[in-house]
Write a protein that binds this ligand. Structure first.
Ligand code: RTP
Ligand code: MG
Length: 156
């Protein structure tokens, strides 16, 4: 279950401020679905960094509410690896609105640990391109970045 397949892919996950009290439960779901956690970092996003991270939504009506929420406490950034990691993590996350998740994907992270359409416990990159950008956003400046590529092989 925890050995990486040769065709593994990386995605970016983030446990949001409301999800932090269930960090263990969320990681358990992630591990049970065969993902390897290959990098992790707890951080408090500044309003400026949050606005940059969610810039695709900057004209949406909920943008202000989103910035308040995502900066309301620490988040845990995760690099996840497995086959089809991007789509499989989105599937495990469930729909954006936790109320809809309870109906449509009762075993998903947002059904189990989310509250509504803002407070939905965790984030997932929606494409491989977004995953690369978001991983770089959170982990790109790390001094040990060059070691990260070697990690999965030694783990498997
Ligand atoms: P995420 O990016 O966090 O993985 O979530 P997502 O793709 O399912 O949803 P997205 O449309 O990208 O929205 C980003 C986050 O903004 C908040 N949101 N609030 N009040 C609202 O109508 C509303 N809609 C979205 C949620 O926290 C959502 O995850
Ligand atoms: Mg999104």
């Amino acid at each position: 279950k925890h050995a990486l397949e040769p065709n593994h892919e990386a995605t970016f996950a983030m446990v949001k401020p409301d999800g932090l009290k269930n960090l263990g439960g969320i990681l358990e779901l992630i591990e049970n679905e065969g993902f390897v956690v290959s990098d992790a970092k707890m951080t408090l996003l500044s309003r400026e960094h949050a606005a940059l991270f969610y810039q695709e939504h900057d004209r949406r009506s909920f943008f202000g509410e989103l910035l308040e929420y995502i900066t309301s406490g620490p988040v845990v950034a995760l690099e996840l690896m497995r086959s089809n990691a991007v789509s499989e993590w989105r599937k495990l996350l469930g729909p954006t609105d936790a109320a809809k998740a309870i109906q449509d994907a009762p075993h998903s992270v947002r059904a189990k640990f989310g509250t509504d359409k803002t407070n939905n416990a965790a984030h997932g990159s929606d494409s491989p391109e977004a995953a690369a950008r978001e991983l770089n956003f959170f982990f790109g400046n790390d001094q040990n970045k060059s070691d990260r590529g070697a990690f999965p092989q030694s783990w498997a």
